[in-house]
Design a protein around this ligand. Sequence first.
Ligand code: PLP
Length: 427
Amino acid sequence: MTNLELQPDFQASEDFAIAMDERDSLKEFRERFLFPKPAGGDCVYLCGHSLGLQPKTAAAYIEQELEDWAQLGVEGHFRARNPWMPYHRMLTEQTAELVGAKSIEIVVMNSLTVNLHLMMVSFYRPTPERHKVVVEYGAFPSDQYAVNSQISFHGFDPASSLIELTPRPGEFCLRDEDIDSLIEREGDSIALVMLGGVNYATGQAFDMARITRAGHARGCMVGFDLAHAAGNLHLKLHEWGPDFAVWCSYKYLNGGPGCVAGCFVHERHARAWDLPRFAGWWGHDEESRFEMGPDFQAMAGADGWQLSNPSIVSLAVLRASMTIFHEAGMERLRAKSVSLTSYLEFLLSQKASTAFSIITPHEKGRRGAQISIRLAHNGRALCERLAHEGVLGDWREPDTFRVAPVPLYNSYHDVFRFVRRFAAAID
Ligand SMILES: Cc1ncc(COP(=O)(O)O)c(C=O)c1O
């Protein structure tokens, strides 16, 4: 079936893009973000899968904390307009809403890879019989390093303890049934299934409910790296039931470079005091934290995995962004995202050429806002040329150009302009 048959309403004209933008109920959100001007002029920014744009309100949110710090010094922990001691909690509910979790399951802390390690300390408990970790082939390098180092840390060898789910020959994405059958076949020896919710390179979105069911049915722990899924897909973490999930906040969540990350621990582990964990004072029971006693007593829920007091300036930006997300609503955003990404795919299909192919799955349930374009020749040079002209996606070795029309701030006209420039560059 061609894309045209699936999307009979799309048209290739510029007027169509403009008309779609006029009809878009989320269009005013674009005005709330600052668009860069890398080439001095207008920018086509399709790079929210790498670094989200800055909310215009971010500066005011930061400014308030700087003012309170200047006015109050250490007293700001309790007397700032938004006291810093419980500041991170202002993000809990909105984040829980965003990823489909209960408040007790959510904490905003640290950075992504740190959180992944903390989760594996608790949920990767290998034994001689059950020591393997399942990851997707071509997982983000930091995930590979983290998983391999955890395996080695426990005295096992990644050569025999790491299972990489690999696409079939000639394919780029994994088939659900192949994931199921691997977990079914190897289940007795698998300690942890740890996949990206959306693969960073191909843009494939995994069926997290199905993977969780398959893993749990074989007695495995299940966790997800949602770096490319949080703020992109409509997640239902509590219902799907993985043991943990981690994500960063600087991509679709627009928290700014290096922003404080997120972590989900399923409610079933909220009071699992016997789970091993690496402890820090910020995870200690709040009532007695300042008694400064020597014995660690974890808080209930995801909060109990905190280590340190977080960066308030970084959290302030995230609050600015999460307030916007809350207003827009993930359901509406996802609906627009499905349409915008299909439109991008449609326009690219109009320019069909042997110079490029799309490796992201075509089915809307198997992808988020990203389209990964595989370039046959000189891809890096092409991306650099486009960047020079102010058209920003990003390049991933060896041959992939990733672009993401983000529903919160990208328009149909952005997509149109991107494809026009891309096609010209290809020509
Ligand atoms: C899928 C994935 N995992 C892990 C990371 C590493 O994130 P951090 O540097 O925040 O730990 C990234 C960064 O882009 C990523 O895309």
